[in-house]
Design a protein around this ligand. Structure first.
Ligand code: 26V
Length: 815
């Protein structure tokens, strides 16, 4: 495989002209003139602000340079989430200014690492989907692809999770409370976004018919730009996040407030990030958010196109719009509206332009996660769009009908789901309105073809392709794991930073005593650090030389944290029965948030904490087993945990995890995967070799077969004494101070309809864990497997993924 950065490395590295002296002066100047603070009175936060402002000036220079060249084609990445986390260290690494910054600050008597901690996480996302968007922004800048990320500037990102008596509690997050030194408000630009109102139709045939939409309400969309500096500072793209402002004249607004009648509805749009699995509540606001940012982004990019290229007829040649999941799928109807109603295109021409410009990434197969909106709601908020959706559907069904399909087929491919309440299927809308649809791992893309889009694929020219996810190595290896990166650079040279493909060369060192010692020492440094963090955050002591078994991700039934907890209980029972049987000392580390409305997931968190409490306090167990639930998982905590992991838990029910990206981050850092045949786990196995991870359990095909048989969990518990004992101990109140009710819902779900196959996979998982123990007992083999994971993960770079999007979907050349 030809590697991206290998070529990039041949380009000259721009000299940012920064020495520690010049940066020090710049920081002092920001402190004095931008913040009116003296060096004597400055706090760590002040130093953080001043440092960002000083570095930002350097980024702005490259940014202006990047923008001065008019590109042939721009990429627009529309995503309702961008989980970018902290930016300071990423920027410093990408600009190659780490030493300069450290020195400048130490000359000022400031500790750089403390200052890094001052930066709040921009938690503008729930999990993998939002983090993928952030990694893709990093890669597009690294590859100098001219791009805009478009999303929402939420005032409050993902909630802060605290654990109270084992239960998750949610607190509003407030990342902007001290100001955001990275963003540039663009008050000179704003767009009106309409909602509700009436539509007047001009009549005529499809080449002349127009509609005039008179919204009842308008909201202003104001952009804030955050520069995303690419690797080696060669290129900077903007992440443009929209903030909502009320469009009411100030006088009216003041009046409304005084009356206390209603808060400014417009501004509410960008106030909160929605947890992706929120229920019916707040759905209207969610649809408003989706239309708000999609419509603002389209207006913005059409304005840019018109300015640079004139007619919108050439839009597909100069703009590629990627819809990150269906949240921006209303773009299909909005772009049609803008072309037909506001720019006089015929329906047929507008449809061609729309399809050639848009493409769509699907991120889930779960039926309950496939977005649909009631016809009533769309009709009320977006009356013109509903007409357009019906018209698209009319043409579509007419085509399908011509091909002689039966009524059942027509019902399935229709944009409208008939039922008690009619609903618009947003994934269908995205499918029809885009020239290309992609899944995010090979298995997921195959399943998309076989399931959700099986029928649509037969009647639409839309291509379904696969683009397996990737991760930014800059953040998830170079920035997060300094000890391992140091070893890689010492062994392979600086080139590894530009060409991760050369990491495969360390496979020859996997048996070399000195290399193995250095590799394991790097892990040990990270584990010691994590042990201190665990103690500080939870009060639990763990031994850094125990096996660190890590399960970090959103808490969801299909991700099966429960399966891991049940195995933990079985292990506990085993240790208590035979304390001196030579157990491998383990630390089970859990972290993750559950959606505030997802009661079952919150009960699973409570169970993890209760099991932790019982096991950690049991003197018979001692250091053989410790269980830690770390509160408030997010990007920054992930950066601490992942480099210290020995084992990576990727145990979703097969067929349910579209890809996973945590699996990639952990394997890259040398953790051994214990996982199911699901999502990207399958491709990780192909790359790192089946002897270097542990795959267990039912396949996706077996899961769907078993589901059809409608087998009960109790059938299995009847056959597995170990599982029966675990379930019995949960039911008896062993982990709930004798309270038999607390975990009764979990017990019932295990014994009755075991939708997530937790009981069905339990024995296989237990055995898989024991083979992990076996490997751990043979350190030479363990380290070999770990090193081979790092050695063979280069393909999972988001640079590779973005290159594939560029050539196969966006049709642009990348240097
Ligand atoms: C949404 C919902 C909403 C209703 C309740 C259940 C449920 C379950 C999952 C979701 C997730 C929707 C989209 C999403 O976040 N997908 C994630 O995208 C990642 C990046 O492609 C991928 O690695 C994860 O496997 C996939 O779950």
């Amino acid at each position: 495989m030809q590697h991206v950065a290998a070529r990039a490395a041949k380009r000259p590295i721009p000299d940012h002209g920064a020495t520690s002296g010049s940066l020090r002066n710049a920081i002092l100047s920001k402190l004095r003139y931008a913040m009116r603070k003296s060096a004597q009175s400055a706090t760590d936060r002040d130093w953080y602000m001043a440092t960002v402002l000083a570095l930002r000036d350097r980024i702005v220079d490259v940014w202006s340079n990047s923008r001065s060249k008019q590109p042939e084609k721009r990429i627009y990445y529309l995503s309702i989430e961008f989980l970018i986390g902290r930016l300071l260290f990423d920027a410093i690494i990408n600009l190659d200014l780490e030493d300069v910054t450290r020195n400048a600050l130490s000359e000022l008597g400031v500790n750089f690492d403390r200052l890094r901690e001052m930066e709040p996480d921009a938690a503008l996302g729930n999990g993998g989907l939002g983090r993928l968007a952030a990694c893709f922004m990093d890669s597009m800048s690294a590859l100098a692809i001219p791009a805009y990320g478009y999303g929402i500037r939420y005032e409050h990102g993902l909630f802060e999770q605290r654990i109270h008596e084992g239960w998750q509690r949610e607190f509003a997050e407030d990342w902007l409370s001290h100001g955001n030194p990275w963003e540039f408000p663009r008050a000179d630009i704003s767009y009106s976004i309409g909602f509700g109102g009436t539509v007047e139709y001009s009549g005529g045939d499809d080449s002349t018919a127009r509609a005039t939409w008179s919204p009842a309400e308008t909201v202003l969309a104001v952009p804030y730009d955050t520069p995303i500096a690419g690797w080696r500072g060669r290129h900077v793209n903007a992440l443009r996040l929209w903030s909502a402002r009320s469009a009411e004249p100030l006088q009216d607004a003041a009046f409304n407030q005084r009356e206390g009648a209603r808060p400014l509805r417009g501004e509410a749009i960008s106030r909160f990030l929605y947890p992706n699995d929120s229920t019916a509540e707040g759905r209207e606001l969610r649809l408003r958010q989706e239309y708000f940012f999609t419509a603002a982004s389209l207006q913005d990019l059409l304005r840019r196109h018109r300015r640079e290229f004139g007619s919108l007829a050439s839009l597909p040649e100069h703009a590629a719009v990627q819809l990150n999941d269906t949240h921006p799928a209303i773009a299909v109807a909005e772009l049609m509206r803008l072309l037909v109603d506001e720019n006089g295109f015929s329906w047929a021409d507008a449809w061609k332009i729309t399809r050639r410009t848009l493409s769509y990434t699907n991120h889930t197969l779960l039926p309950e996660a496939l977005e649909s909106w009631t016809v009533e709601l769309i009709g009320r908020l977006l009356p013109r769009h509903l007409q357009i959706i019906y018209q698209i559907n009319w043409y579509h069904l007419e085509e399908v009908n011509k091909s002689g399909r039966d009524a059942a087929f027509l019902r399935e491919v229709s944009l409208i789901e008939e039922g008690e309440e009619k609903r618009v299927r947003m994934a269908h809308l995205a499918f029809l309105g885009c020239h290309c649809v992609n899944g995010v791992s090979q298995l997921h893309s195959d399943l998309l073809r076989e399931t959700v889009f099986h029928n649509l694929a037969q009647v639409s020219a839309t291509r379904i392709v696969n683009k397996t996810n990737g991760i930014s190595f800059r953040r998830w290896l170079y920035a997060a794991n300094r000890p391992l990166t140091g070893l890689l650079v010492d062994t392979l040279g600086q080139r590894v930073l530009d060409d991760p493909g050369c990491m495969r060369e360390i496979q020859d060192r996997a048996g070399d005593h000195d290399f193995v010692a250095s590799y394991s020492r790097a892990r040990q440094i990270n584990k010691t650090r994590l042990a201190a963090l665990l103690h500080a955050r939870t009060g639990i002591h763990v031994q850094p030389d125990a096996l660190f078994d890590v399960h970090v991700k959103r808490v969801h039934e299909y991700k099966r944290q429960l399966l891991n907890i049940l195995e933990t209980i079985a292990l506990y029972h085993g240790i208590r029965a035979r304390p001196n049987a030579g157990w491998v000392p383990r630390v089970k580390i859990f972290a993750g948030k559950a959606a505030a409305s997802y009661e079952r997931a919150k009960l699973i968190i409570k169970l993890a904490n209760d099991v932790s409490g019982v096991i950690n306090a049991d003197p018979v167990v001692g250091d053989r087993l410790k269980v830690v639930f770390v509160p408030n998982y997010g990007a920054s905590l992930a950066e601490e945990i992942i480099p210290a992991a020995d084992v990576s838990e990727q145990i979703s029910t097969a067929g349910m995890e579209a890809s996973g990206t945590g699996n990639m981050k952990l394997a890259l850092n040398g953790a051994i995967t214990i996982g199911t045949e699901d999502g990207a786990n399958i491709e990780i196995r192909e790359h790192v070799g089946s002897e270097n991870l542990v795959i267990f359990g039912m396949t996706a095909a077996e899961v769907s077969e078993r589901r059809e048989q409608k087998l009960q969990g109790s059938d299995i518990a009847g056959k597995s004494a170990r599982l029966a004992h675990v379930i019995q101990s949960l039911a008896s109140g062993e982990f709930s101070e004798g309270d038999r009710e607390r975990f009764a819902p979990i017990v019932r779900s295990l014994l009755d309809y075991d939708r997530f196959m937790v009981a069905a996979d339990f024995d296989a998982y237990w055995e898989a864990q024991r083979s992990i123990d076996e490997l751990w007992r043979r350190p030479a083999d363990w380290w070999r497997a770990s090193i081979l994971n790092t050695a063979h993960m280069a393909w999972f770079s988001s640079d590779r993924a973005i290159r594939e999007y560029a050539t196969d979907i966006w049709q642009i050349a990348v240097n």
